[in-house]
Design a binder for this molecule. Structure first.
Ligand code: NAP
Length: 257
């Protein structure tokens, strides 16, 4: 049974947004947190805050799209800290600019292959201890792809499918895989200039980073695969499956408003 106080948690993409809040919430609940991202200044100031809750918390600068380096970082952390009980694969980038296949390949390296690499690296240790949790952060675009985000939607669909398929193999091992659907959250990804977008989604799908972090921490290690920050977002895939033509008309209409 996973207990957060005293556990060792690794959070990728912890330098901003949802990942930063998840790191703080885990530390506040008693986990020793190791924060990963590329921007060291952000990680250093976050770590000061984490250490007020759990003094052994720290950070490692890591570009998760370099999967060899990411695997090496996780393996060294596991050796140094004795174990990794919780891994939150949160780091991601949004739809790439540029032409041709390469931008999409780079997107998949960050958003999908890092998730595969991280999950496969920590699973053996968790299985041998009979305890652990991995949260792979997906998006509602995985279940209802968003116009204008073909690469991002595909990367998140891959994250969801990978995690769900693998979760059947870990059942009974004491290891819980989760897929997180955060709803729409104001972060650097969704509001790069920091200003509220007048076209942001309606209130019922909006959540704060803190609300998402609290949901995750309250559900970690439970049997539930999918962690939904907003229940209503589950309606879109159902409507898409049952009424595909009407659903597409609705999506097109929403683009014109
Ligand atoms: N915000 C939303 O509405 C929303 C909705 C659905 C899903 N999500 C998902 O939630 C997660 C967090 O997103 P967010 O909204 O909090 O965005 P964010 O504030 O832009 O955070 C993204 C984080 O990922 C890190 N990152 C990006 N590329 C990286 C790389 N190659 N190596 C290591 N770290 C990397 C960034 O740090 P550095 O730049 O310092 O590396 C940053 O800390 C993502 O998986 C996103 O797809 C967000």
């Amino acid at each position: 049974m996973l207990t957060i106080p005293g556990s060792v948690a690794v959070v990728t993409g912890a330098s901003s947004g949802i990942g930063r809040e998840l790191a703080l919430e885990l530390a506040a609940t008693g986990a020793t947190v190791v924060a990963l991202a590329r921007r060291e200044d952000r990680l250093a100031s976050l770590t000061e805050q984490l250490r007020r809750s759990t003094p052994e918390s720290g950070y490692v600068v890591c570009d998760v799209s370099d999967t060899d380096h990411f695997v090496d970082v996780l393996s060294r952390l596991e050796a140094d800290r004795g174990r990794i009980d919780i891994l939150i694969n949160n780091a991601a980038i949004s739809e790439p600019d540029g032409e041709g296949v390469e931008p999409y390949r780079r997107l998949m390296e960050t958003n999908y292959f890092s998730v595969v690499a991280g999950t496969l690296t920590v699973l053996p240790g968790m299985r041998s201890r009979g305890c652990g949790a991995v949260v792979n952060v997906s998006s509602d675009t995985a279940r209802a792809p968003t116009p204008g985000e073909p690469g991002y939607s595909a990367s998140k669909a891959a994250v969801s499918a990978f995690t769900e398929a693998l979760s059947f193999e870990t059942e009974g091992d004491g290891v819980h895989l989760h897929v997180l659907y955060p709803g729409w959250v104001p972060t650097e990804m969704t509001q790069p200039d920091g200003r509220a977008d007048p076209h942001r989604p309606p209130k019922f799908v909006r959540r704060t980073p803190h609300q998402v972090a609290r949901l995750v921490v309250s559900r970690l290690g439970q049997r539930r695969l999918e962690l939904d920050a907003t229940k209503v977002a589950r309606i879109a895939p159902v409507a898409r499956a049952l009424f595909p033509s009407a659903y597409r008309r609705g999506v097109r209409a929403s683009l014109r408003t």
